[in-house]
Write a protein that binds this ligand. Sequence first.
Ligand SMILES: *Cc1c(COP(=O)(O)O)cnc(C)c1O
Length: 346
Amino acid sequence: MTTTYRVDLDAFSRNLHRVRAAIAPAAHMLVVKDDAYAHGLEPLVSRAFDEGVRWFGAFDVATGAAVRAVVGPEARIFVWLIGGADDLAAGVAADLDLGIGDEALLDDLAGLSDPASVARIHLKIDTGLHRNGIRPERWDEALARTAELVAQGRGVLEGIWSHISEASDADDDDARAVFLAGRDAARAAGLAPRFSHLAASAAGFARGEFREDLVRVGAFSYGIRPAGGPGEDDLGIEPIATLVATVTAVDAAGVHLDLGSLHGLPSTLAGRFDVDTPAGPRRVEAIAPASLSIAPWPEAAPGDEVVVFGRGARNSATDLAELIDTIGEEIALRVSPTVPRRYLSA
Ligand SMILES: *Cc1c(COP(=O)(O)O)cnc(C)c1O
């Protein structure tokens, strides 16, 4: 027996239905960055497509192309990390929707060698996060540049988008005002973006006026609730994955579990949470990069299964995150790609 990450695809389906209901009539763009939040890209994308999801948020062009290989031509795939002209060309070739948050990329688009390629542009306005995005004072210029590309048949303006902090309603309201002004300016410039999108999980669920046409939902799709926020029951979501480790050694120092993980759990969690063993809950006493040591029980033996966190465990990823003032994604993404995923479905 080896350590596995067990992903319940039926629970994932239920979350997808819940997300769809919560954000309707906006459409769900399923964010699948970081290997679908470490659940495994291909099986999750495939299940989501079967459930009717037709927008995927893939982050970078390589991931976007990988999603395209899974879903075929019918879905829209949005990427927003684009490294330059070659990356752009690859994104156009893979039929991706391109999140453009940097004016230099508009010049790169104009210079693409294949004149038949028409880029689907989603122009990003920086509404205060300063991660990337076109600054409001440069926005009119970017619109003019985009209008040229459209007139030349090199691009279509499919969307206007931004990313908000979702940390305070007041900040989000300010960001939204900048966003709406930017969209008005696009319309005044003769551009007609079909899609507006600025919300992720939290604002998409809590604040109707932020839903627009698309909501880019990652965390809630995977049942990861916000730290310090509403619980899974309130949100109507459920964790979908469980990290199950096996006992590899028992000695005087305790019971040791191989996590097979390159990343390990944060060592600051040592001594702070219990895992479920065949003998009941036991405290995690030490955390090394690829292993855990837990308090012993008399019959402990190599091969015993221990439920570390997640679906059906006493702690979710977010429960652990809250112990050390971080977010659930930070824990979920610690499950290394070297841990085998097992996909369960009735
Ligand atoms: C990660 C990400 C999302 C999804 O955020 P969640 O809180 O996981 O729903 C949406 N949009 C962008 C730009 C992102 O980077």
